[in-house]
Design a protein around this ligand. Structure first.
Ligand code: TXA
Ligand code: MG
Length: 313
């Protein structure tokens, strides 16, 4: 794949929006860092994001929207969230909020969680692209996994050339660090999940109360690891199964099963289906056996997730 460098003008924005509508990936400038954007409604596009980044696991992604109104169709905004939205959006703030059941976002975006990270960026090019595209864009930082975030089109090309369709070049990012992420603990307290472009003190001033720091506070009911803890099925999970035993639901890879990750052994398709298959299998309330999935490319992330699902709890 040749990675196209698109100018930040009407033609470049149109091309970027068309590529995204076709399920391709485009690096999008935001005021914090460049994001590796794909259609959040398309499981295949989201799977390609993980593939392009070479992420060894499925961290949930931030969904970007142009305005509050479409954001409210995807997540439930409580009073605190509306205060922060009013004070800091558009801007370098991401909020983790309850996912609406009718959100229409691929389950891979949230890694199967019932919360979703939402951001309305301020960068004019990001907003113009989001408007032209007309849907939610999932976008992690546009760097290969384990490397520093990209704050210019040249950084994006250095890391991802040949792995994505295009970069929308709007020059260097003003903020240069990722957005601040805020979530809410089960007891309702707001919590700083990641420091970033907006100082925590500004958020506390707007909310009129301090932010919990779950990573520092061992008495907090929910450490960030647990906040982002992945959806785990209630039933026992067995890996590397050649076929079902007893009452098991068999999940096929490279062949059909009771449920199927990919009959043809396509890792992108398997990643795109993974969380839906886990939810479906769980709903049946029977033990689950997974056919082996090769450990290269997206298979490493799929196997990471399956090992967590199979770990004794
Ligand atoms: O500035 C930014 O935030 C950039 C630009 C492109 O918007 N994006 C970014 O995305 O930094 P990423 O994927 O590199 O970081 C997203 C973080 C991850 O640490 C992830 O665990 C967390 O957001 N996250 C996403 N959804 C979550 C959820 N439902 N619950 C808790 N954490 C979540
Ligand atoms: Mg990142």
């Amino acid at each position: 794949m040749r990675t196209e460098l698109l100018a930040n003008d009407a033609q470049g924005l149109d091309t970027a929006a068309d590529l995204l509508a076709a399920g391709q990936l485009v690096a999008m400038p935001t005021e914090t860092v460049y994001g590796l954007a794909g259609d959040a409604r398309s499981a295949a596009a989201v799977a390609r994001i993980y593939e392009a980044k070479g992420r060894p696991s499925f961290n949930p992604l931030i969904v970007h929207l142009p305005d509050l109104e479409p954001a409210r169709r995807i997540a439930d905004f409580h009073a605190d969230a509306l205060i922060l939205a009013d004070a800091f959006w558009p801007g370098a703030l991401t909020m983790v909020l309850p996912l609406r059941p009718d959100a229409g976002v691929a389950s891979l975006v949230t890694a199967g969680l019932d919360t979703i990270a939402i951001r309305i960026p301020a960068h004019p090019a990001a907003r113009a692209l989001l408007r032209r595209f007309g849907g939610p864009l999932a976008a992690p930082s546009a760097n290969p996994s384990g490397r520093v975030s990209a704050t210019s089109a040249a950084h994006v090309i250095a890391g991802l050339d040949g792995r994505i369709a295009a970069v929308l070049d709007a020059g260097p990012c003003e903020v240069g660090v990722e957005s601040t992420i805020v979530g809410w603990l089960p007891d309702g307290r707001p919590a700083l999940l990641r420091p970033g472009g907006i100082p925590a003190e500004h958020l506390e001033a707007a909310l009129g109360r301090p932010l919990a720091h779950p990573q520092l506070d061992p008495s907090a009911p929910n450490a960030p690891g647990q906040l982002t803890s992945h959806y785990a099925p209630g039933a026992p999970v067995r890996l590397d199964a050649e076929g079902p035993e007893g009452d098991e639901i068999f999940v096929g890879f490279g062949r059909e099963g009771d449920l199927t990750l990919s009959a043809t052994g396509d890792l992108v398709e398997a990643a795109a289906r993974l969380f839906d298959v886990l939810h479906q299998a769980d709903a049946l309330g029977r033990p689950i056996a997974f056919a082996p999935v090769p450990d290269h490319g997206l298979g490493a992330a799929i196997n990471d997730r399956l090992r967590r699902a199979a770990a004794p709890r």
